[in-house]
Write a protein that binds this ligand. Sequence first.
Ligand SMILES: O=C(O)CCC(=O)c1ccccc1C(=O)O
Ligand SMILES: [Mg+2]
Length: 319
Amino acid sequence: MTYRFEFNPYQRQFRHPLTTHHGIWKVREGIILRLVDEKGRVGWGEIAPLPWFGSETLEQALTVCQQFPSQITSTDIFSIPAEFPACQFGFESAWDGLVTSNGEDEGESRIETEQISQSLTHASLKYSYLLPTGEAALTSWQQGWQQGDRTFKWKIGVTSMESELRWFEQLVQILPESAQLRLDANGGLTQHQAQQWLQVADQAGIVEFLEQPLPPEEFAAMRAMYDQYRTAIALDESVATLNQLKTCYQQGWRGIFVIKAAIAGSPTQLRQFCQAHDIDVVFSSVFESAIARQAVLNLAVELSHPHRAVGFGVNHWFV
Ligand SMILES: O=C(O)CCC(=O)c1ccccc1C(=O)O
Ligand SMILES: [Mg+2]
């Protein structure tokens, strides 16, 4: 079977830029893929790279697309090298969509409206609400609470530790008792700061986990901290791709794994690994648009830890 292959780069500005320890991110760039089989069935995919997290760049992804002929086979799709994890995800999920598609070409309208038509199964997931970075979190959590979210995520390691600790204490005071809070440092803390955060988190009781306190090179220190504190630790940047995830697992990581499936690589291989190992996973967004989000949420329904909210809590990312 051969498939007709088309691709279209896109650029979309966020309504709210994302501020993290890595800097300010304003525009999502990616590539929409379309496959059509000999029966006219259509499969859509999306490549949504995150180079500052260790995936390929948009330029590299474009080169992969340009090097394919306009008719491709599943062998082409399954031979994309692991150094292009966002491409592996985009092409495989487009191919997957073909297999399950009923022949209706619904993709155009999905891109146009951006509104994710959340299927019933996606409604069974719990969502984590991403708070704005800094002091703004103190007044914005209600929005998430009102739409039913009970898990909140807040970026730290962005400005002075003193200010962030002060805002954190205020946030702990005002959040309702049944709320849970995730702290995401994006690898931006020193070991001493990470220990301070874990101490206050242990006392606060509301913190579900501290995400990626140290840069990936400091794996051993994070593993040691995991044993020393009650608050759980989640790896994110350290496990951006499936190969990194496997390495951390083999090196004895038994804390939480954040999976950003859109940049993790082959969804088939990701599924195999998650089903073969009893790991505590949290699915999370890379601010992909509706096509990749749909594919990621399908995986999350299948593989997510039932008590862990998925990190897709805000639906108004694009202008
Ligand atoms: O995981 C979530 O809850 C929201 C998504 C998120 O924080 C994120 C989104 C895009 C890029 C990086 C990150 C991150 O987890 O650091
Ligand atoms: Mg993170």
